[in-house]
Design a protein around this ligand. Sequence first.
Ligand SMILES: NC(=O)c1ccc[n+]([C@@H]2O[C@H](COP(=O)([O-])OP(=O)(O)OC[C@H]3O[C@@H](n4cnc5c(N)ncnc54)[C@H](O)[C@@H]3O)[C@@H](O)[C@H]2O)c1
Length: 327
Amino acid sequence: MKILITGGAGYVGSVLTNVALGNGHNVRVIDSLYFDSKVPLIHLSNPNYEFFRLDMSESDNIAPLLEGVDYIIHTAAIVGEPASNKFPELTEKTNYMAAKEIVGLAAKQGVKGFIFLSTCSNYGITEGLAREDGVLKPLSLYADTKVRVEKLLMEGAPGIDWVICRMSTVYGASPRMRFDLTVNDFAMNAYRKRYLDVFLPYTYRPYIHVYDAARVIMTMVEQFGKVRNNVFNVGFNGENYQKIKIADIVKQFISDLKIDVVEKGTDLRDYQVDFTKLEQYLGMKNTFTVKDGVREVVDMLSLGIIGDPDADIYYNTKPRLENPVAH
Ligand SMILES: NC(=O)c1ccc[n+]([C@@H]2O[C@H](COP(=O)([O-])OP(=O)(O)OC[C@H]3O[C@@H](n4cnc5c(N)ncnc54)[C@H](O)[C@@H]3O)[C@@H](O)[C@H]2O)c1
């Protein structure tokens, strides 16, 4: 089948692209390369891969690329609360307006399914485990735009089937690395500085390895009939962690790590999530845990695979925003 992946050079999108190609699909990627990603290089000689460096907010760019596409996996966005706070207008244009436009175009083209990457951040603060029918309390513009796209799909975007994936916070090695995600950030800073400040240490969040995330999303495409028109929390029961627990896992690799607990913080999100529905529908288990992700980050630094983890390309608050269309 032909799959269009928006944001296919991103942190999740690049691993997803690998999995899709590995499973024998035709993959068309649209990405503006905001983070100077070199991910497409490895695939350019693959006849099953097409890459378009485009701004997806320009609908004239997108319409012709939907031809012949069976499924769209929509990952492209301004991702994370800090980035959305820094670029509110761009966030609105990218995360809401462009998604709405693409859903409309996809419906017109007869695309079979639209898989939307949303976030468990939509739950904001929970008491107990949040299920898919639980109350949403978006605490940032980022989550708010995701909730609005969800609503658009659930209220019946004309003529298109969809799946909403409320993703856990992702970790682990990806060709487009991010060090602004909790597990990766803690492991990277602990390795380099030998100390960690842990803000609001007892707040919870669910975590998923980037490869497991890609596997789940691809399974949804391949078994679309089973999952269509459903919302799923994407993660695994047993993978909700307090931040202090992540720091403790990091300490297993860096024994001289000093951890400072700071009871205050600006990120008030505190949510635990139930993943039973995903398990019931697809019967999938995680192949990795947070400990594996920490090991991967320590390896990539100790082996010198990533020389300068402070470089802009690893942080979503530092996109390259010049005209992304290649000449
Ligand atoms: N990483 C996580 O922990 C996490 C957690 C929950 C949900 N998600 C969701 O998963 C998706 C992917 O996240 P990620 O971590 O891979 O982020 P990312 O920032 O690494 O990837 C996003 C990609 O989209 C591209 N992009 C942005 N605007 C574009 C535009 N206008 N036109 C074309 N391309 C554009 C960027 O260049 C980038 O390559 C997002 O929708 C995000 O909300 C991620």
